[in-house]
Design a protein around this ligand. Structure first.
Ligand SMILES: C[S@@+](CC[C@H](N)C(=O)[O-])C[C@H]1O[C@@H](n2cnc3c(N)ncnc32)[C@H](O)[C@@H]1O
Length: 233
């Protein structure tokens, strides 16, 4: 593709406050089919859209996943959960991934245990569609609703909306502007605190002895300054 040189792209991204300007520039220049597309991508990025929505992919636990615009971008911080869960899922076992989003955790479980039955649940149809494109059998529905079978699973995972409403303003500006609030706001979903509901549901669907739970709440963001546009997630 003949278009602006990489230095020009880096300069635009830097001016927009992108922290990994060189790496991002290389990704856009490498993937854009023509200069007009590249320019459109840079404009979207300057407006703060997540890189994953622009490129349509994200790498999670060493695998490339499809990410559709409007769907929560899986975070690196969840890779450890996905790997630990995979290690606990028996071959041929059954796993339920509540609030599956793009299906990152469920897809990892399925890859690690091809003979297992892994089901994702998300109430957002766009997220469910995206998870299916990532190979995850996904049900559209509330995390507390039954999903069929005898209701029990070997393993239940969940990264439920985890930011208290009052702390949403402390998230990076780009995240606040673009990412779906329903994926982040843990205190506005029906039934209140989604993390608490997810924990209850998980306990109800696996034997308590097998359930490994963490304090599902993210560390408080209070005391942090709001992040500027382009800051890493
Ligand atoms: C923080 S995102 C996590 C997505 C995915 N687990 C990941 O780690 O990338 C939370 C997801 O939960 C979904 N969600 C929010 N409230 C829900 C509910 N009550 N029942 C089912 N899904 C819900 C949102 O649509 C969003 O996709």
């Amino acid at each position: 593709m003949t278009g602006p040189g990489i230095a020009t792209v880096v300069a635009r991204l830097r001016a927009a406050g992108c922290v990994d300007a060189e790496q991002e520039a290389a990704a856009y220049v490498g993937a854009a089919p023509d200069p007009a597309t590249l320019d459109g991508w840079l404009t979207r990025r300057e407006d703060g859209e997540p890189v994953a929505w622009i490129l349509g992919t994200v790498t999670f636990a060493d695998e490339v996943l499809r990410i559709d615009p409007g769907v929560y971008v899986p975070r690196r911080q969840s890779e450890d959960l996905a790997r630990r869960a995979a290690a606990q899922l028996p071959h041929g076992g059954r796993a339920l991934d509540l609030c599956t989003g793009a299906g990152a955790i469920a897809a990892h479980l399925q890859r690690a245990r091809p003979t297992a039955r892994v089901v994702g649940v998300d109430r957002d149809e766009a997220a469910a569609r995206c998870a299916r494109r990532n190979g995850v059998a996904t049900v559209v529905g509330d995390l507390a609703a039954p999903v069929g079978g005898d209701g029990t699973w070997d393993l239940v995972t969940a990264v439920a909306p985890y930011v208290p409403s009052g702390e949403l303003r402390l998230l990076p500006a780009d995240v606040q502007r673009h990412e779906p609030r329903t994926a982040l706001d843990g205190a506005t979903g029906e039934g209140g605190d989604e993390v608490g509901v997810a924990q209850e549901v998980a306990h109800g669907r696996v034997g308590l002895d097998e359930a490994e739970t963490q304090d599902g709440h993210a560390p408080s963001l209070e005391g942090r300054q709001p992040c500027p546009p382009g800051a890493p997630l």
